[in-house]
Design a binder for this molecule. Structure first.
Ligand code: NAD
Ligand code: DAU
Length: 333
């Protein structure tokens, strides 16, 4: 039996990884360590067999708790984070505590106990690209983060690199592009617009909406992380992406069209301060070295399935909708 700790396993992407591991690795046992912030939801883990998944409610910055769990583990896959750029512009402090101090706390524990560590990160550490730049991000792109969120993720990556080099920690890092799919918190772009339409609210586009994000289905992110965890070279970084570049205006229009509405029925609202223009991932290293391929390459059909999920799971998001929209309304978004 392999014992794997998944931090942030009650969130959007972490819970998807837990489901993926339970399905794909019958000999593994998963312990989810999650603080259940506003973004964590135990319903994301429902239906999983109790003998395969344990849940521990706690903070990754709690050194005693983390030490006691890591002492019994073979590997830690570290998803837990404050993950939303807009929140980091209003109140950066939780991002420092979780993304930096929390990651530091985990690194010290895996260092003490000689446990394999995989760090989940983002393409946002590289800053942004111009719309007409022929280049995409690679593992060699210089770090240049823009927001409090992305700078704390960049800082956490650098801590991992330092713990690898200075202390010989057995770690890998992956930096992924924008995920979409079921169970994503409704503060994020795609679920916010879908649940707006379902609630009779017009979708909200920041600024011109020409900003480009490189969309990947969260199932593909999970299969890539499992590949890196098992086959990645220690000390290496792997970029994860599925060639899914789309501008935000196109995505809003597609959501409206797929939901049977007029594609032009959306509002332009205040832009995000410091808004990154474009992210684009070159995942050649992961594909050629480890043989990984995405399977959800049809964005239109993945988006239609995601719309269907939010339409049929109102109970999962309805209670948070008013509060999320009030928060955005206060800053004209
Ligand atoms: P999320 O906000 O949906 O979930 C985060 C989870 O972490 C929640 O369950 C929350 O309760 C938990 N958590 C937060 N602080 C904690 C703490 N101090 N201790 C323990 N648990 C804590 O986030 P997500 O979108 O699923 O992102 C997961 C990871 O993937 C993050 O590290 C994020 O930076 C990274 N990432 C996200 C994307 C994306 O598109 N969402 C893309 C690339 C990388
Ligand atoms: O690139 C990976 C990152 O993707 C992850 O590291 C982050 O955790 C994740 O939240 C995501 O960050 P973004 O800031 O790109 O995602 P978000 O869903 O907040 O916004 C996507 C784009 O849509 C961005 O250009 C801002 C815009 N937007 C967002 C919202 C919420 C709108 O136009 N309207 C909106 O209502």
């Amino acid at each position: 039996m392999v014992e794997v700790i998944v931090t942030g396993g009650a969130g959007f992407i972490g819970s998807n990884f837990v489901h993926h591991v339970v399905a794909e690795r019958p000999q593994w046992h998963v312990t989810v360590l999650d603080k259940l912030t506003y973004a964590g939801n135990l319903q994301n883990l429902s239906g999983l067999p109790e003998d395969r998944v344990a849940f521990v409610h706690g903070d990754i910055a709690d050194a005693d708790l983390v030490d006691s769990l890591v002492a019994k583990a073979d590997a830690v896959v570290h998803y837990a984070a404050e993950s939303h750029n807009d929140n980091s512009l209003q109140n950066p402090r939780p991002f420092i505590d979780t993304n930096l101090i929390g990651t530091y706390t985990l690194l010290e524990a895996v260092r003490r106990h000689g446990v394999r560590f995989h760090h989940i990160s983002t393409d946002e550490v590289y800053g942004d690209l111009e719309l007409d730049d022929p280049n995409r991000f690679t593992e060699h792109t210089a770090y240049n983060p823009s927001s409090p969120y992305s700078s704390t993720k960049a800082g956490s990556d650098l801590l991992v690199r330092a713990w690898i080099r200075s202390f010989g920690v057995q770690a890998t890092i992956s930096n992924c592009s924008n995920n979409y799919g079921p169970y994503q918190h409704i503060e994020k772009f795609i679920p916010r617009q879908i649940t707006n339409v379902l609630s009779g609210i017009r979708p909200k586009l920041y600024g011109t909406g020409l900003n480009v994000r490189d969309w990947i289905h969260t199932n593909d992110h999970s299969s890539a992380v499992l590949t890196v965890l098992e086959e990645g070279r220690i000390g290496e970084t792997y970029l994860i992406g599925a060639n899914g570049e789309k501008n935000n205006k196109t995505v809003i229009e597609l959501i409206l069209e797929l939901m049977g509405k007029n594609p032009h029925d959306f509002d332009h609202v205040n832009d995000r301060p410091g808004h990154d223009m474009r992210y684009a991932i070159d995942s050649t290293k992961l594909r050629t070295e480890l043989g990984w391929q995405p399977t959800f390459t049809d964005f239109r059909s993945g988006l239609a399935d995601t719309i269907d999920w939010y339409s049929t799971h109102r109970e999962w998001w309805q209670a948070q909708k008013d509060e999320v929209e009030e928060r955005y309304a206060r800053v004209g978004q």
